[in-house]
Design a protein around this ligand. Structure first.
Ligand code: ATP
Length: 601
């Protein structure tokens, strides 16, 4: 969180994502569903490429890992045993003014003066008092007066009129509620001293605090050092207005200097509620009756189904320790503050490996997997220099973990976690063994001993990595247009391995049938091996630019030389343009599949 943020860059990225069809807000036409995102035609390709590469290096290219795909709907017993039902919660605080919810540990410590207000009441006269005022002011008007036409501002005017008629020495009030209350209280006292009808007494009673409305809740506001103190009163007034006092007058109970407090909303200084546990799991019900017995959870992580299937997979795969089970799939968390685009969502995907081992291998494998995972990010185009490894301190680690690393990336909104690599000891398998009564032990053929394996878990987020890929790829530079003049272009410099479209194919002119036919032939040649995009509209430079903006690494152009019109030796060759260097090389059409395959794998 201590890296500089770049709001403007992030805004450009979000807008590009929508404009070019990477990511849309879910249910957008109905105003959007907070914390859920839909991936468009390009986003889905990018996401798939990422998942496929993860699967390739974590499962296919290894002898010691097998995969699985578990159900999202999860038996409550699984999540009870894992500790999620009891403990998968964040301490949350709510702003007493706006009801905005925060994670308690995300509130920065603040220093300043705390103002405590209490005994808030409305300066606005009650309906009964208004009626009396009207009578007292309009002695020659015809009763009955309609209450609904008399507003609180009218009330001050009526009051002023009475002051004038009876020649009282009460100064006119300002627009401040305190001043208005003082005005009416003085008026009430003066009138009571010299009553001419029943209306003086009716006004006094009608303006009593109990008739006007009171709010007994005390309220505290923090004015940070350096801020204007008038903010405190305004904030408290807004608080009491939300509690139905139209013109709140408050008594200031105390004013004290406080240091490093986390009890106030950093945005507006309003008091926060005490922290409360908020369980992050989403639940639903199976079958026709929605009661406690039909409750199931949408899994909050993919890991638990791996632990629960450990024994089955061990038996069918005949693996020996150490070995791993990998899974990619959806997970759901009722996050309090979904934010930073897709970074913190309520529905997201995880790529998790549970790597089972002997107890004595745990710490060493933790190091091994941290390094493997760092290499993975480098291999998809996220340089090591933009990644940071945080050793999670003892007090922040899960109690069962004896070592955890967070791999963080420098997003435009700050340095944030991409993946956690944790040594979870034998906690999960032991918990499920205890709760289910089924043995989850491993039999060691060499030592003839049984034991519960330990596990090291690299757990990465698909959506966060996709976002990191887009942030890393986004760049703006200068490129020549058709006339050779330099103009700025947006380029997504995706590693070819993850780029949504690998190759664009262009006929130089769209109205030259042989060029078009050849280009379509090339599309047919490449299509079964990679994503290809055919584009014949507009000037060639513009077509390149459109592809640069979506990160297509290669562009193939079919020109007159391809047809052999200038030099028969060049027949069936095309230009192959590289997105980043903008260099063009001439290659034979028949070599294209091999050349491109080599570069995109
Ligand atoms: P955070 O501290 O950011 O809430 P976490 O430590 O709770 O994350 P884990 O439980 O370790 O996350 O989950 C593993 C990975 O799953 C994270 O590193 C992240 O990539 C991804 N992930 C977790 N929560 C979310 C979310 N709300 N939205 C998107 N991805 C998530």
């Amino acid at each position: 969180m201590n890296t500089p943020t770049d709001t403007q860059r992030m805004e450009k990225i979000v807008s590009l994502c929508k404009r070019r069809g990477f990511i849309f807000q879910s249910s957008e036409i109905y105003g959007g569903l907070n914390g859920a995102w839909d991936y468009g035609p390009l986003g889905v390709e990018l996401k798939r490429n990422l998942k496929n590469y993860w699967w390739r290096v974590m499962v296919h290219e290894r002898d010691d890992v097998v995969g699985m795909d578990g159900a999202i709907l999860t038996h409550p017993a699984v999540l009870k045993a894992s500790g999620h039902v009891e403990g998968f919660s964040d301490p949350m605080v709510d702003c007493r003014l706006t009801n905005q919810r925060f994670k308690a540990d995300q509130i920065p410590p603040q220093t300043g003066t705390v103002f405590t207000y209490e005994f808030a009441r409305d300066a606005t006269p009650s309906d009964e008092a208004l009626l009396a005022l009207a009578h007292l002011a309009e002695t020659d008007a015809e009763p009955p007066f309609s209450k609904t036409t008399i507003t609180s501002l009218d009330a001050v005017d009526l009051g002023k009129r009475i002051v004038e008629r009876r020649k009282l020495t009460i100064p006119a009030p300002s627009k401040e509620p305190d001043s208005i209350e003082m005005f009416f209280l003085s008026l009430s006292a003066e009138l009571a001293r010299n009553p001419r009808s029943e209306w003086e007494e009716r006004f006094r009673l009608g303006y009593s605090v109990s008739e006007r409305g009171v709010c007994g809740d005390p309220f505290r506001v923090l004015v940070r050092t350096g801020e204007s103190e008038s903010k405190a009163k305004k904030t408290a007034q807004t608080f009491y207005q939300k509690r139905r006092l139209k013109l709140p007058v408050m008594s200031l109970l105390s004013k004290e200097v406080i240091k490093e407090t986390q009890g106030f909303n950093p945005d507006n200084g309003a008091e926060l509620t005490p922290p409360r546990a908020f369980n992050l799991m989403l639940e639903t019900h199976l079958g026709a009756v929605a009661d406690e017995s039909s409750k199931v959870y949408l899994r909050p992580e993919t890991a638990q189904s791996i632990f629960v299937q450990f024994k089955n997979i061990l038996e069918v795969s005949r693996k020996k320790l150490p070995f791993g089970i990998a899974q990619i799939g959806k997970a759901f968390r009722n996050e309090i503050n979904p934010r930073n685009f897709t970074f913190r969502s309520r529905e997201f995907e995880q790529m998790e490996l549970e790597y089972f081992c002997r107890p004595e291998q745990g710490m060493e494998l933790l190091e091994y997997w941290k390094e493997e995972r760092l290499k993975f990010y480098e291999n998809i185009g996220i340089p090591r220099s933009r990644l940071h490894v945080l050793t999670v301190p003892d007090e922040e680690r899960a109690f069962y973990s004896t070592g955890t690393y967070d791999i963080e990336y420098e997003f435009p909104f700050g340095r944030q976690e991409l993946e956690g690599v944790a040594y979870r000891t034998d906690y999960d398998l032991s918990q499920h063994q205890k709760a289910s009564g089924k043995s989850l032990e491993y039999f060691d053929e060499e030592t003839k001993k049984r034991f519960v394996p330990h596990v090291v878990e690299p757990s990465a987020g698909v959506d966060r990595t996709v976002l990191a890929l887009i942030c890393e790829a986004y760049s703006e530079d200068q490129a020549p247009n058709e006339k050779g003049a330099m103009e700025s272009r947006i380029v997504l410099r995706f590693h070819p391995r993850v780029a949504p479209i690998k190759c664009a194919v262009f006929p130089l002119l769209k109205n030259k049938e042989p060029l078009v036919a050849k280009a379509k032939e090339i599309v047919g040649l490449l299509r079964s091996q990679m994503t290809v995009f055919y584009d014949e509209s507009g000037a060639i430079g513009r077509r390149y630019r459109r592809q640069d903006e979506i990160g297509t690494p290669f562009g193939v152009t079919v020109d007159f030389e391809t047809l052999g019109e200038k030099d028969p030796a060049l027949r069936d060759t095309v230009t192959l343009r590289d997105r980043d260097s903008m260099q063009q090389e001439r290659v034979a059409i028949q070599d294209l599949p091999v050349i491109l395959q080599e570069r995109i794998r």
